[in-house]
Design a protein around this ligand. Structure first.
Ligand SMILES: [Zn+2]
Length: 181
C-alpha cells in the first residue's frame, strides 16, 4: 500500500508484527490507551475507585466490561472480576450510573479489599472464614480458593443457590444470580 502525505495514518512496529492503522483507530488501540491506576498501588484509595466509577468515561458501561478494562484499573485479571462483583453483591450487567451511591462505594471498597487479599494470599479471594473452615475440613487450595470463579453449578457460600457461568465481554464470568441483583 502506498502512503501519501494526506493519509493521516500511522505505522506501528513491534518485534513480531506490523500494524497499519488510521488515526481514528489509534485512540481505541488497546496498547495505546492510557492505563488506569494500579489496583495494588499503596496510594490508591477506595474513594479514588468510587470517583472513577462515577466518571463519565466509565459510568455508562457495564461492570463486566469495565472490570476487564486496564484503562479503568490496571492489574485486574479475569478471575478478580467475578470475585469482586460477587463480594459486592452486584449484577455484572449493571452500570455504575444505575447504582445508588452507597452501592458504588461498597463496590469500590470490595475492589480494593479483594485485590489486596488476592495479592497477600497468593490468589485466594474467598472469604477468610470460609477458607478457615474448609482448610480445617481438609479441602485443597483449589477447592477453597474462590467464592465463585470456576465453581459453576456448585453451591453459593452466601445463599446455597447455584453458581452460574456466563460469557461476558468474551471471557468467562461466574456469578450467583440470587446474591448479585
Ligand atoms: Zn448466592
Amino acid at each position: 500500500m502506498a502512503l501519501t502525505t494526506d493519509t493521516h495514518s500511522a505505522l506501528l512496529y513491534s518485534a513480531t508484527d506490523i500494524a497499519f492503522m488510521h488515526e481514528k483507530d489509534l485512540k481505541t488501540h488497546p496498547y495505546l490507551k492510557k492505563l488506569g491506576p494500579d489496583v495494588l498501588s499503596q496510594t490508591l484509595s477506595w474513594r479514588q475507585i468510587a470517583e472513577r466509577l462515577g466518571d463519565k468515561r466509565f459510568s455508562g458501561r457495564s461492570l463486566s466490561g469495565l472490570y476487564l478494562d486496564q484503562s479503568f484499573l490496571a492489574g485486574l485479571g479475569n478471575y478478580l472480576r467475578s470475585e469482586i462483583l460477587f463480594a459486592a453483591g452486584i449484577d455484572p450487567a449493571s452500570r455504575p450510573k444505575d447504582l445508588e451511591r452507597a452501592r458504588v462505594n461498597e463496590l469500590a471498597h470490595r475492589t480494593l479489599l479483594i485485590s489486596l487479599r488476592a495479592y497477600k494470599t497468593g490468589g485466594v479471594t474467598n472469604h477468610p472464614d470460609t477458607v478457615r473452615v474448609m482448610r480445617k475440613a481438609g479441602h485443597s487450595k483449589g477447592q477453597y480458593r474462590f467464592a465463585v470463579f470456576g465453581r459453576d453449578k456448585r453451591g453459593c457460600y452466601g445463599c446455597a443457590g447455584k453458581i452460574r457461568r456466563i460469557t461476558a465481554n468474551g471471557r468467562r464470568l461466574y456469578l450467583c444470580p440470587s446474591c448479585q441483583q
